[in-house]
Write a protein that binds this ligand. Structure first.
Ligand code: SF4
Length: 65
């Protein structure tokens, strides 16, 4: 059965150490998704797509912190 979305992006952090000129800045609290939160999100979206992509802003920031 075809899923509703080709892919769904999950933003696991909103932290970023770059400052791209086109980026819309936000006043949101900076945070990272916990493993528990991630599992909960995946359980809710898994029936809507076969492809889940991680959106992690500037990748090295997430990996190194
Ligand atoms: S990498 Fe993404 S979040 Fe970070 S400054 Fe650039 S556009 Fe904004």
């Amino acid at each position: 059965m075809k899923k509703r979305f080709n892919r769904i992006y999950v933003e696991i952090t909103n932290k970023c150490n770059l400052s791209c000129s086109f980026c819309k800045k936000s006043n949101r609290l900076l945070k990272e998704m916990t493993v528990t939160e991630f599992k909960e999100v995946i359980s809710k979206i898994k029936d809507y797509t076969n492809t889940i992509c991680l959106h992690v802003k500037e990748n090295l920031y997430y990996i190194l912190n």
